[in-house]
Design a protein around this ligand. Structure first.
Ligand code: BJW
Length: 230
């Protein structure tokens, strides 16, 4: 059987494209308290603030492009003979724009909206507010299609099933602060090789067998070239 590969990406892979990470000194949580913008309670309390936070982030996607790390992962997916699952915590669309076929956005997507009445998920590229009509049922109120703290991330069963049988697990540019993603390395089977690529060791770095420290735009293309040669 050709080897099965799971890749987990976090905000660090998009940092060199110009999107801010969450926990850096100049990160998104420096300007906004998590509890004010990334919880269901925040949305219930002050929907206008939450809509504005995500509208600004959705607009910012227009000014950025995929970088060599995103491009290398798309190339790896095309070259890989075995099972390949790219799980991203990122809500941007840079993996898709780089050519990745079907990244699994476990924390949702900025370019989608979800109806609070019929639950349909629709593509959404414009600003969103409480007057935006649901394209599916035409009357329901829409929210950003984002997994907030306290909510269940998407497609967890599929992710855990694939982690348990994978031969190689690679985490790129994620701090290991947020669960369940931070626990994925513990969920991989005993035979699997585990590797972290990050600007600095993550909070769960000790759980990985191997580490490479540096910028994603350098480490990821080099690692992909190595895998494609072997
Ligand atoms: C570079 C670089 C470069 C920079 N090159 N690298 C178990 C234990 C403890 C707590 C919990 C637990 N289980 C659940 C919880 C609660 C909670 C949680 O984890 N809290 C912790 C903060 C303690 N988790 C949840 O609530 C999750 N839901 C859940 O568990 O459901 C089950 C459940 C449901 C109901 C009841 C009970 C259980 C949901 C989590 C949702 C996360 N949502 C966010 C925001 C929404 C999306 C958005 O607005 O964009 O997702 S939080 C934010 O953090 C965002 C990210 O996807 C996520 C991860 O951040 P990431 O990607 O790691 O970014 P940073 O900034 O932290 O790190 C960047 C990294 O890049 C750094 O390491 C840099 O070094 C590196 N870097 N430049 C390479 N150039």
């Amino acid at each position: 059987m050709p080897p099965s590969l799971v890749i987990l990406t976090g905000a660090g892979i998009s940092a060199e494209s110009g999107l801010r990470t969450f926990r850096a000194a100049d990160g998104l949580w420096e300007d906004h308290r998590v509890e004010d913008v990334a919880t269901p309670e925040a949305f219930a309390r002050n929907p206008a603030l939450v809509y504005r936070f995500y509208n600004e982030r959705r607009r910012s996607l227009g000014a950025v492009r995929p970088n060599p790390a995103h491009l290398a992962l798309a190339e790896l997916e095309r070259a890989w003979a075995g099972e390949f699952l790219l799980v991203t915590q990122n809500v941007d669309d840079l993996h898709e724009r780089a050519g990745s076929r079907n990244p699994l956005h476990m924390h949702g997507e900025l370019l989608k909206a979800r109806c609070l009445a019929c639950r349909a998920v629709s593509d959404w590229t414009e600003d969103l507010d409480d007057r935006s009509p649901c394209p599916a049922c035409t009357h329901g109120r829409l929210r950003p299609h984002i997994v907030w703290f306290g909510e269940m991330p998407l497609e967890m069963e599929r992710i855990y099933r694939t982690l348990e049988r994978c031969d190689l697990f690679v985490a790129i540019g994620t701090s290991g602060h947020v669960y369940p993603a931070a626990g994925f390395v513990e969920a991989v089977g005993p035979r699997a090789r585990t590797l972290e690529l990050n600007l600095e060791p993550s909070r769960v770095a000790d759980a990985f067998q191997e580490h490479r420290v540096g910028r994603a735009t350098e480490l990821v293309p080099a690692f992909v070239a190595e895998l494609c040669r072997s």
